[in-house]
Structures are given as structure tokens and as C-alpha cells.
Design a protein around this ligand. Structure first.
Ligand code: HEC
Length: 173
């Protein structure tokens, strides 16, 4: 119960933060601060008063290095899409994705304050969603979003997101 309330509050705060981000100049260091803030919402067993501690110190640097080349490529395509279609919002996604996910992961999963999902396989995405929902992977934001979704919805979302890369490729051919 308490868990759900905290999760709901975390989601609201995070969405509020992400909406505000859109209104501000998206400087890199602001990004950093917001994503750290979100990271700090990662669930830590029972120690809710301790959320300030660096809970999920993942090897960010190695991840970033590997991702950065791919990111350049994606950035190019996003730019091309913007020029071609006029607007990324023209990219058609389901109402559920648009409403629940796009604010943090981007209109086509390019990643904003949530990580980039573009290019991930259906299996990888679905596994992540299931783990967030079950609490195996601990994150209040994702848990709060997914806790009321059905398994079918998770599967549909994973399915949809896994097609984004192809859609982007086609749109920028
Ligand atoms: C309020 C911001 C926010 C919203 C809205 C949001 N996410 Fe997330 N998402 C995150 C953050 C932050 C993480 C990273 C959590 C972590 O690694 O502990 C994440 C992680 C993920 C991951 C794992 C990615 C990876 O590479 O490990 C998937 C998959 C995902 N989200 C899908 C979704 C889907 C589908 C929705 C819509 C139902 C959604 N997210 C909505 C913030 C958000």
C-alpha cells in the first residue's frame, strides 16, 4: 500500500520534472541532475529515508562509451526525421505509449530522462518491464507506472517499442 503511494508520488514528481525540462533549455548538466534525481528514486529495501545514497551506481561510463557511437547514428536519423517530417510528433505511436512512456523515453524511444529504448529487442524490453512490475528490478518510477498494467499491455508495449528502430529507418530512408 505504502509502496504504491510512494510509487505514485515518484511518478508524479518525475513527470513534473520531465515536463519542466521541456520548458527549460535542455542543457546537459540539467539533464544530469534530473536523471540523478530519478535514479535516487530507485527502490532500496525498506531504507526509504536513505534515498540520497547512490543506490544504483551502475558502470555508467562503460555503458556510455559503448552506446555513444550508436547514439551518434541515432541522433543523425532523428535530425533527418525532424527535417523531413517537420516534427518528431508526427511519428505514430499507440495512445498508451504516448501517454505513459513518451514523456520520459521520447516519442520514438530515443531517450530523455529515461534510457533510450530505440533498437532494443522485444525480449529485452519485455523482460525489463516484467522485472520492474514484479519488483525484481527496483525502480519506483517504473514500478508505479506498470503496477496496474496487464501482462498483455506490457507485451503490446514491448512489441511496439521494438519496432521503433525499423520505423525510424524507414522514415529516414
Ligand atoms: C517518469 C519517467 C518515466 C516514464 C513515464 C517511463 N519510464 Fe521507463 N524508465 C525510466 C527510468 C528512469 C528508467 C531507468 C530505471 C533503472 O534503470 O533503474 C526506465 C527504464 C525503462 C526500461 C529499461 C531500459 C533499460 O535499458 O534497461 C524500459 C524497457 C522502460 N523504462 C520502458 C518504459 C515504458 C514501456 C514506459 C511506459 C509504460 C515507461 N518506461 C515510462 C523512466 C520512465
Amino acid at each position: 500500500m505504502i509502496r504504491n503511494i510512494i510509487a505514485a508520488i515518484a511518478v508524479i514528481l518525475a513527470i513534473w520534472a520531465s515536463v519542466n525540462m521541456f520548458n527549460l533549455d535542455m542543457e546537459a548538466n540539467k539533464f544530469q541532475r534530473i536523471s540523478e534525481l530519478i535514479k535516487s528514486t530507485a527502490m532500496e529495501d525498506k531504507k526509504l529515508t536513505n534515498v540520497q545514497q547512490p543506490v544504483v551506481q551502475q558502470p555508467v561510463q562503460t555503458q556510455e562509451a559503448a552506446a555513444s557511437k550508436k547514439n551518434d547514428e541515432v541522433a543523425e536519423k532523428l535530425k533527418a526525421l525532424r527535417e523531413k517530417a517537420g516534427n518528431l510528433a508526427a511519428f505514430k505511436t499507440s495512445p498508451l505509449y504516448k501517454k505513459s512512456c513518451a514523456s520520459c523515453h521520447g516519442n520514438i524511444g530515443e531517450g530523455i530522462i529515461g534510457p533510450k529504448l530505440l533498437g532494443d529487442s522485444k525480449e529485452k524490453i519485455l523482460a525489463a518491464l516484467q522485472d520492474f512490475k514484479s519488483g525484481k528490478r527496483k525502480n519506483y518510477v517504473m514500478y508505479g507506472l506498470l503496477s496496474n498494467m496487464t501482462d498483455q499491455q506490457l507485451e503490446d508495449l514491448a512489441n511496439e517499442i521494438s519496432t521503433f528502430q525499423q520505423k525510424l529507418d524507414e522514415a529516414t530512408k
